[in-house]
Design a protein around this ligand. Sequence first.
Ligand code: IPE
Ligand code: IPE
Ligand code: MG
Length: 263
Amino acid sequence: MATIPTEPRGGRLTDGPHGRSAADAVRVEPLPRHVAIIMDGNGRWAQQRGLPRIEGHRQGVTSVRRITEHCVRLGIEQLTLYCLSSENWRRPASELGFLMQLLGHYMVEEQNLLMRQRVKVAIIGRRDGLPPETVADVDQTVERCAANDGMRLCLAVNYGSRAEIVEAARRLAREAVAGRIDPEAIDEQSFADRLDTAGMPDPDLLIRTAGEMRVSNFLLWQISYAELWVTPVAWPDFTESHLDEALAAYAQRDRRFGGIGRP
Ligand code: IPE
Ligand code: IPE
Ligand code: MG
């Protein structure tokens, strides 16, 4: 079957699915089930303040915490954050080293908060190339949060959508050669089931901070029908109210999925 997203659910803010008070949450409906964010502009944020780029990444972690908490409060089912692309290896080794360290620290430091918020953590992207200690911190956090029943926080680390698609094709080819799948039986669902995001809903809303009008190899298959929202605000300055603004814009969209839309 086609992987067109189901209608987003609305009216979930007064009694959030995770039993949390929604007192601070702005009521917007329908609410996206899945929000994906290209967290961009950390480097520019720092440079505009005369700071090294890494300070922008450090500040960006504060936004991650803030936005994760807000999504939990709102009752969003999944938040996917683009943390490191497979193309980001083109950056200086010092910046990459800092990013790896930051990711490892975030994973460890955030665990108690994620547990309290009943967040389960998922990782998409390639593990190879990441320092073993970062992988260990990531694995430990994923494992500790595995039984949580709240929002899924999916972190795209060393992620590239084209590579993910090629890998899915390779998996299907192997299965076909082994006689476990009939090539004629391959459909959109069997393809989606072999992506890193297997079992996750497609993003309903894709947000990009810092103004670039491109998707930079992020979830190319999965965003087929996502609503796009780009803000000039750099990620370290992105607050709950910016997210509310995006959600309000999303609620006004007429998602037609190729049909003729609202009467
Ligand atoms: C996004 O901020 C974070 C990562 C890609 C890791 P950037 O570091 O790309 O910031 P700009 O785009 O250079 O300002
Ligand atoms: C996309 O941002 C990757 C992440 C946010 C992790 P980039 O800064 O790498 O994207 P480009 O280079 O401007 O396309
Ligand atoms: Mg950038």
